[in-house]
Design a protein around this ligand. Sequence first.
Ligand code: ADE
Length: 235
Amino acid sequence: MRLGIISALAEEQNGLIEAMENAAKVTHGMRDYTAGRLWGVDSVCVLSRIGKVAAAMTASILVEKFGVTHIVFTGVAGSGDLGVRVGDVVVADSLVQHDMDASPLFPRFEIPLTGQSRIASDRELTRRLSTAARDFLQNEPGSPQFHRGLIASGDQFINKRAQLNALKDALPELLAVEMEGAAVAQVCFELGIPFGIIRTISDNANEDAAVDFMHFVHTVASRYAYNILKHFCQP
Ligand code: ADE
């Protein structure tokens, strides 16, 4: 396995590069790709920045230029369900691009000419991420919960309750909203690369989302990424 690890922002990947052995950085397409051994796993870490195009570009380069065989995206997300709270962790079973709508040519959410609207993540990576997250959460204060299910991505920071409700009407099983996961899913689906997406909930995708997001990424997000990936690499 050569593992590509993507996060949008530096705060979501704090400590990973420092934990790498024999780290070597290559800059390409305005991003730094750092290759090395992370707790024994041959890995390449990179920050995609925010949004679907940024994430798709980063995932493609990881595969085509850096030869990764598996991809994990780790970061934060807004809650997409009342039962999913700030501090909880969501691992995606499948992902949908919530702003994809080529109707009436194709059904809403379907990625044109792929026949896919929800892309399933890799079972084995998802199982390993889930075990790692559960192990980590067990010892966290405040009893954060683990969830597994549908994550939706789009080029929108959702910060209005009405916006989230409209999405939830169309996708009732939605657990979390973010801006990259489903783009990575499409790239990996098309290139035949197994992938997993793990998200810590930073906000409730409502009117308080921006303030909650900023607070959370600066305080908690990086501790989660570091610890969950450590459990993932050393099961
Ligand atoms: N990532 C974290 N919170 C988010 C939100 N509310 N909307 C979109 N992406 C997010």
